[in-house]
Design a protein around this ligand. Structure first.
Ligand code: NIG
Ligand code: FE
Length: 408
């Protein structure tokens, strides 16, 4: 964003002091705001903000933008997406309507393996074209910081193809993107019945190749019933860490998997899904710097239980929410919808859900120093809403357009 002075901001919402990395427990209850405000952006970062009566005078090279009483809030952060995929899985959508479960579809060789087949026969350019359309949809819906995973390759070359597409997205869009290597999303078709050998491939060939091109910030594993065991996950995370990738993890979506514990053991930046957690996982997380991240869009789409976000907050833990945007379990990248599900289905207050979709989501991908709040020094990236509104309006009237412009 060029140097800009925003004036006449009706309400500036989502303010945090410098140095706050995440909000835990009761601290999630509040969203600070300032009415009749200005905000100055210099060098792409928030330089200052305050009451309109204190607006600074600026040189003529600074662009002045009159928000005429509208609300300005930080853009959403989405810390768990799979937006690089080829085609879609519409037939499985119908199969699910007709009664097949996600697990049954996977056991038949569909699901993630279906996406891997499609991706294999898709060129890198075509994949880039499809992914960039999805990224543009995310941006239009107010998300400017996002994590994107590989995991539909399941062969070394195809995993690299996906990660190179993510690198091109990073290069071509002025948003903040983190890349995650998820070679252990499913066992590749060629390795059916030879799961240990597939884990060898992930550790001995894929991770070194990904690291050699510096293609991933994080390493992820689908540690769940029917996918990867705790022991296999341990090996993969250990190898990833050795190659400089911090873990994230898919855990407890289909069963209480032990994935939270192994994630915390390797200081994962987040443990994701958590549809089936018990109190034990909460205790483990209390003594860690790992963010519990829940994906209500997957619960909605697959008819699974929702994560126990309210209990986590009551226990003094932080909670982040993300879209999980993917063609199999959550075909939506709309963080406003995620915020609404956080309120309607997980009984978070609008403030808690907002914090889960902004600052805590930023922390769940190591971006809390650049995104997730109105804070001096953070990267400029905002949603200007159509009018001043209580935050509760956003999840309450959850289908009514509320974004006037996404500014970045
Ligand atoms: O986060 N659970 C595993 N991975 C994705 C789904 C991927 C797919 O079905 O394509 C998820 O839900
Ligand atoms: Fe996922």
């Amino acid at each position: 964003m060029k140097d800009t002075l925003f004036v006449n901001i009706g309400r500036l919402a989502g303010i945090l002091p410098q140095g706050i990395r995440k909000l835990c427990g009761k601290d999630m209850d509040t969203v600070r705001s300032l009415d009749n405000a200005y905000l100055l952006v210099r060098g792409g970062k928030i330089a200052s903000f305050g009451k309109m009566e204190d607006v600074p005078s600026v040189s003529s090279d600074v662009f002045i933008e009159d928000l005429s009483g509208k609300m300005l809030m930080p853009a959403f952060c989405d810390a768990h997406t799979h937006i690089v995929y080829a085609g879609d899985r519409q037939q499985e959508f119908v199969d699910k309507i007709n009664g097949l479960s996600y697990e049954e579809i996977a056991k038949r060789g569909g699901g993630i393996l279906n996406s891997a087949d499609l991706l294999h026969s898709t060129s890198e350019d075509s994949l880039y074209g499809q992914a960039s359309q999805r990224l543009e949809e995310m941006i239009s819906k107010g998300t400017l910081t996002m994590e994107i995973k590989s995991g539909y390759g399941l062969r070394t070359e195809d995993e690299l193809k996906m990660l190179r597409v993510i690198r091109r997205l990073k290069e071509n869009y002025p948003v903040t993107i983190k890349a995650t290597f998820l070679g252990a999303h499913a066992v590749g078709r060629e390795y059916t019945g030879r799961q240990e050998e597939y884990v060898d491939l992930v550790c001995n060939e894929m991770i070194p190749a990904v690291a050699a091109e510096k293609l991933a910030d994080f390493v992820d594993v689908f540690c769940d019933e029917g996918f990867f065991t705790v022991e296999q996950t341990d090996r993969i995370l250990k190898t990833g860490v050795r190659y400089g990738m911090r873990p994230k993890i898919h855990a407890n979506e289909l069963a209480v998997s032990g994935g939270v514990q192994v994630g915390v053991k390797y200081n994962a930046v987040s443990v994701d899904h958590l549809e089936r957690t018990t109190d034990v996982e909460m205790e483990v997380l209390k003594n860690s710097d790992t963010m519990p991240l829940m994906l209500p869009g997957a619960s909605f789409f697959l008819g699974m239980p929702y994560g126990r976000a309210k209990d986590y907050v009551a226990a003094g833990l932080p909670v982040a929410l993300a879209s999980d945007c993917n063609p199999g379990s959550s075909p939506s990248c709309d963080m406003r919808f995620v915020m609404a599900l956080g309120c309607i289905k997980m009984r978070l207050t609008p403030e808690q859900s907002f914090n889960a979709c902004t600052i805590n989501a930023a922390c769940a991908m190591g971006c809390e120093d650049v995104a997730g709040s109105i804070t001096v020094g953070k990267k400029a990236g905002f949603i200007a809403t159509k009018k001043v509104m209580d935050l509760g309006f956003i999840p309450y009237f959850h289908q009514t357009p509320f974004i006037d412009r996404v500014l970045f």
